[in-house]
Design a binder for this molecule. Structure first.
Ligand code: ACO
Length: 330
């Protein structure tokens, strides 16, 4: 039996910065090639924030667009959740700056630190607040400004990531079957070291030597994450489908985290769901971490591929390792 949703998506939006950096541009920065990046990842370009842009600027722009699509005002919101690991400042939360930029004074605003899974964690939490009646209108934003967290001497990582923001507004379901049918989230802390920013926290306060060794930048064991990603994205998606009371054959679209086209292809094979039905934008934006799902979701909605009443699987995995999946009837 299909699950009965408690919350539904009222509007979606996204923002990607204007500055486009191609693989050819990166050939001038590190020892890499367009052919290597495109073949191994599917990435051809990524967008980087302007020097005077900060994370909350992008988040607020995406949030405003989602509110507009929902036909709502900032005053209608009663909560802001931001999934990010690259906020304006280590403290306070990025959501605090977003709240101020939107003029949403007084409502709770907080960050979720689940890296690439941040958006799926965010809608899971918002869905719970709405299901209990504790909130009626929640803005969830996935945003990253990762170009400032790259080690430009590490070609294995710096070519992969981009900047951007995506957002959805969630409100109560109307009893017509549309909404969040299921969510499933997971973490395996034993793999924390596979993808991390090792310096800058209580474990390794930053020193001049740490800065020199780029300990405040993203470090990743790509092949380790790669294998786990295929396995865990498939299992979480299968569990979310089961909880929603659907099979993969009943899905209309999959919006998977855009980290690597080879990961997405293998998940497509394992789920028995065709790649043509994945909303893909990795070629244009690279890996925008928590922003990648809401950006792709909004693109699919705006260009008319995703239609009201269709069933969409969202799935993501990132640092933690944290991962999750959700089934949404749009
Ligand atoms: N250009 C040219 N050569 C490169 C580059 C590059 N940019 N990067 C690595 N290479 C080389 C390596 O040095 C290595 O050379 P060697 O064999 O001489 O040692 C060779 O290419 C193969 O390297 P691998 O790391 O084995 O390449 P792989 O096929 O695994 O691809 C990648 C690397 C793209 C990082 C892949 O492992 C991946 O996508 N991993 C998953 C990433 C992910 O999902 N992250 C989670 C989300 S991110 C988040 O949470 C913030």
């Amino acid at each position: 039996m299909t699950a009965v949703p408690k919350s539904r998506i009222l509007g979606t939006g996204h923002y990607t910065p204007a500055r486009v950096v191609s693989n050819f541009d990166l050939e001038k920065v590190v020892d890499t090639s367009d052919a290597w990046i495109a073949e191994r990842t599917g990435i051809r370009r990524r967008h980087y924030a302007a020097d005077d842009e900060v994370t909350s600027d992008m988040a607020a722009a995406a949030g405003r667009q989602a509110l507009e699509a929902a036909g709502l005002n900032v005053a209608d919101l009663d909560m802001i959740i931001v999934g990010t690991i690259s906020g304006d400042t280590p403290m306070p939360a990025c959501a605090v700056h977003v709240q101020q930029k939107l003029g949403a004074d007084g409502i709770p605003a907080f960050d979720i630190s689940a890296a690439c899974a941040g958006f799926v964690y965010g809608i899971t939490i918002a869905d719970q607040f709405i299901a209990t009646g504790a909130a009626t209108c929640v803005l969830i934003i996935g945003v990253e400004l990762l170009s400032r967290l790259m080690n430009w001497q590490d070609r294995t990582t710096c070519v992969l990531f981009g900047d951007g923001a995506g957002a959805v507004v969630l409100g109560p379901a109307k009893g017509d079957g549309r909404g969040i049918l299921s969510t499933r989230i997971f973490t395996d802390g034993s793999l924390a070291g596979a993808l991390q920013i090792p310096g800058g926290g209580s474990n390794e306060p930053l020193t001049a030597e740490g800065l020199e060794r780029k300990r405040n930048k993203v470090h990743m064991s790509g092949s380790e994450v790669f294998k786990v990603a295929i396995k865990n994205l498939t299992s979480a998606s299968t569990l979310a489908l089961k909880a929603a009371g659907l099979t993969s054959k009943e899905l209309d679209w999959v919006v998977a985290h855009q980290a690597n086209l080879r990961i997405i292809t293998q998940v497509s094979d394992r789920l028995g769901f065709p790649l043509e039905k994945f909303i893909l934008n990795i070629e244009e934006y690279g890996n925008t971490s928590s922003a990648s799902i809401p950006i792709a979701l909004d693109e699919g909605v705006r260009d008319g591929r995703i239609q009201p009443g269709q069933s969409v699987l969202l799935c993501a995995l990132g640092a933690g390792i944290s991962w999750g999946a959700a089934i949404v009837r749009m």
